[in-house]
Design a protein around this ligand. Sequence first.
Ligand SMILES: Cc1cc2nc3c(=O)[nH]c(=O)nc-3n(C[C@H](O)[C@H](O)[C@H](O)COP(=O)(O)OP(=O)(O)OC[C@H]3O[C@@H](n4cnc5c(N)ncnc54)[C@H](O)[C@@H]3O)c2cc1C
Length: 314
Amino acid sequence: MKALVIGSGIIGLSTAHVLQEHGLTVKVISRDLPQSTTSWRAAAVWFPYKAYPLEKVMEWSRISYHYYHNYLDRPDTGVSMVSLRILESIDAAKEWLEAVPSEVKKISGTTLPKGYQEAIEFEVPLVDTSYFLPYLLTTFLIKGGEFEMKTLRSIDDLDYSEHDWVINCAGLGSRQLVNDEKMFPIRGQIVKVKAQPNLGWIAAEHGPLALSYVIPRKNEVILGGTAEPGVEHCDIDPEETKRILERCKKLAPGLNPAIIKAEVGLRPGRDEVRLEREGDKIIHNYGHGGSGFTVCWGCAEEVAAIMGLGGEQI
Ligand SMILES: Cc1cc2nc3c(=O)[nH]c(=O)nc-3n(C[C@H](O)[C@H](O)[C@H](O)COP(=O)(O)OP(=O)(O)OC[C@H]3O[C@@H](n4cnc5c(N)ncnc54)[C@H](O)[C@@H]3O)c2cc1C
C-alpha cells in the first residue's frame, strides 16, 4: 500500500514513521524542509496546551508520552526525560494531569516565585527539535521513504491514482490547502540564550508570570513565550524579547540571559484537531495548536487505525 503525507513538521514526520512501521511505502511532500517549519521552533516539551477536544488530546498525549520512550536510549534523537515544574496547583491542573503517567510531586513554600503558592513537578519527555526532526527525516529516508519539496496550491492538485492514501499534515497551511476557515495562527515568540549548567525546567501558564517557560537543552536554553491568537506575522518584537527575559529571570533567578537569538513560530490553531477521513483516500491530521509534540504519536496511530491497520480510533 502507498501513502502520501503532506508536511514535514512533527505531525507529518511522525505519521510517515508510523505508516512505515505498518509496512506502507511512504512519500512525504512538503513546502519546507523541517528546519523551516513551526515544529522546529517549538520548545517541544510534553505538555497539553491549546489543543482540543480535551478528552481526545489527553488520550493522544498519553500514547505519545509512552512512545517517546522508544527514543530515549539514542542520544542522536535529542529526546530525554526531564523533571518539569509547573507553577500551578494540583487542583487547577486536574483536567490534564490525568494524562501524566509519572508521579506528580506537590511543591509549596518560599522557593516559588512571588505570586505563586503551589507548584507541581513531574517527569515528561523533552524533544530537542534540532536533533529529532533531522533524525526522523533521515531514518524515514533510510527505511526507503521518499521526500519531495513541493508547494501544493490545493489538495485537488494531487494525482490520486498514484496513492492509496493521502494524509494531510500541513498544519496552518491547511487553511489554503483545504480551505479550512477554522484554522488560525497562534503567534509564539521565544528567545534562545546560551546553555548553562544547573538550570531546571519550569513554566507558568497562569498567574503573574504567564506565559513564561525556561527549557534548557543541550546547546541552548529556550525562554518563552507568547501565545497570540490571530496574529500572523513572524517579525521579532524586541520589546517582547525584553519582557520574556524579565519574566524568565523571575521564574529562574539564576538564569544568565546571554541572548543567542529570538524566533517566532505560528502554532496551527483550531477549535478542534481535525483528524478524520474524507472520501475514499484522504485523511486529515492537522490543527494541533500548542501540542503538536505532545500528541503526535497518538494522532499518527489513529491515522493508522482509520486505515484499518490496527489500533483503535479514539
Ligand atoms: C513558540 C512555540 C512553542 C511551542 N512549544 C511546544 C511545546 O512545548 N510542546 C508541544 O507539544 N508543542 C509546542 N508547540 C506547538 C507545535 O510546534 C505545533 O503544534 C506543531 O509544530 C505543529 O506541527 P505540524 O507538523 O502540524 O505543523 P508545521 O510544523 O507547521 O508543519 C507543517 C508542514 O506542512 C507543510 N505545508 C504547509 N502548507 C503546504 C502546502 N501548501 N504544500 C506543501 N506543504 C505544505 C509545511 O512546509 C510543513 O512542512 C510550540 C509552538 C511554538 C510556536
